[in-house]
Write a protein that binds this ligand. Structure first.
Ligand code: GLA
Length: 414
């Protein structure tokens, strides 16, 4: 069984202090390190401050916590604002673990919020687009909402036609996660934990999930996913941030230049389930091996683009197994010079061009986001892997640690 990637740890040198600390402390997982690493947790000056008032200005290199509203059943949820030493800032809510805003500089140093989102928890409670959310237990689609493990058929909720999408009706994006702030030498970190119970949305096994977001001082948002199960199950965790590098209120993303490190992609049927083929991108509008404007070919007469209403496809990343994170994609926004690189330990990435956005959703700053106002690069195992024996396996066994890392690294081009 091809189980490469996350079921193995990336090389210890890829893990930052916060990650190691959290994994070892909370799960007791012994990570073998070639050499001891000194863990530096800056308490005191970098300690989280709890602020009730919206609008309080965060200090550089700090994390603050604000109230973000309540769930429909009255549970309070919070917003954590992580600011690095150069002023980049990410806000994350423990409702669905969603990245609510992400402010990074352009080539003149001007910050803009480059992700779509909502201003309060209510927006995320009602959301159907998965803005910024942590997606699980199985990100992307499972055909006919069914799969078989060891001869037993598991039936999931159908929430996308006949299929299961993004974990079902109440996926991880609708859960309230336990949150803990960690301050490390790498930057500001937020650890989110969730127990997905045996049978939740039809999936077998109690799954203990932990996600550590770190805003590094080098302007990267690193996301480290860990999980452990007590019964054989399938797992595919991702983040569903919608990016617009010109700023979240800047119209469409068709002028962004994209490179994806993929020679193949997984073509889909009419319900966006992979056919099982790994198709060469060469000679198709899916060839992003050289940086190309997202809009250059998006409306071409192409069967796959028609099925997706644009790009909504998994790309097979060109990466060697077991090498830690590799570059998956690079996006440049020419007018602001902002650059996003996506690095991951995962074998695939779903490139989605916001084809279902319809300008009716009220987002931050009273924005209503039109079709193709943003793009997603969802690092993942391929869609429908539980039913596709030739795809890298998404099975997780008891006693094995699920562990993946994805980093969104921001910089500028002059
Ligand atoms: C993923 C899917 C899309 C769509 C979005 C959410 O990217 O592949 O088809 O469902 O999530 O709207």
């Amino acid at each position: 069984m091809n189980n490469f990637c996350e079921r193995k740890s990336p090389s210890p040198s890829k893990l930052n202090g916060a990650s190691r600390f959290a994994i070892e402390k909370l799960y007791g997982w012994g990570i073998r390190m070639k050499r001891p690493m000194t863990l530096t947790i800056f308490t005191g000056a970098l300690l989280m401050t709890t602020l009730g008032a919206i609008g309080a200005t965060p200090r550089l290199g700090s994390t603050i916590k604000k109230s973000f509203g309540k769930t429909p059943d009255g549970q309070p949820v919070d917003l954590y604002v992580l600011t690095n030493i150069s002023g980049a800032e990410v806000s994350i809510t423990n409702y669905g673990g969603a990245v609510v805003s992400l402010k990074v500089p352009d080539r003149s140093g001007k910050l803009a919020d480059v992700v779509l989102g909502y201003e309060t928890a209510d927006g995320y409670v009602n959301d159907k687009s998965y803005f910024g959310a942590l997606v699980g237990r199985y990100g992307n689609r499972i055909a006919h909402a069914q799969f078989v493990l060891d001869g037993k058929t598991y039936t999931l909720a159908k929430n996308n036609g006949e299929n299961s999408l993004h974990g079902g009706i109440k996926g991880f994006n609708k859960a309230v996660w336990a949150a803990k702030v960690l301050s490390t030498k790498d930057g500001q970190s937020l650890e989110l934990s969730y127990l997905s119970k045996d049978g939740e949305e039809g999936f077998p096994g109690n799954l203990k999930v932990k996600v550590i977001y770190t805003l590094t001082d080098a302007n990267a948002l690193q996301i480290e996913y860990s999980a452990a199960t007590d019964k054989k199950t399938v797992v595919n965790l991702t983040n569903h941030s919608y990016f617009n590098l010109a700023g979240q209120s800047s119209g469409n993303i068709l002028g962004h230049q994209l490179m994806i490190q993929a020679d193949k992609f997984t073509p889909v049927d009419a319900s966006l389930i992979p056919t099982g083929e790994l198709r060469d991108v060469a000679g198709t509008p899916f060839d992003f091996r050289k940086s190309t404007a997202i809009g250059e070919r998006i409306d071409q007469e192409d069967e796959q683009l028609k099925l997706g209403g644009g790009y909504d496809h998994n790309f097979v990343l060109r990466r060697a197994a077991g090498v830690g994170e590799s570059l998956a994609a690079r996006v440049v926004e020419p007018t602001t010079g902002r650059v996003l690189e996506v690095w991951t330990t995962e074998p695939g990435v779903q490139f989605y061009t916001g084809n279902f956005l319809d300008g009716k959703t009220a987002g931050k700053g009273s924005m209503t986001y039109p079709r193709r106002a943003a793009f997603c690069l969802e690092t993942q195992h391929y869609p429908d892997s539980p039913n596709q024996p030739k795809f890298p396996s998404a099975v997780l066994n008891p006693g094995v640690r699920y562990h993946t890392i994805t980093a969104y690294r921001f910089s500028v081009e002059k």
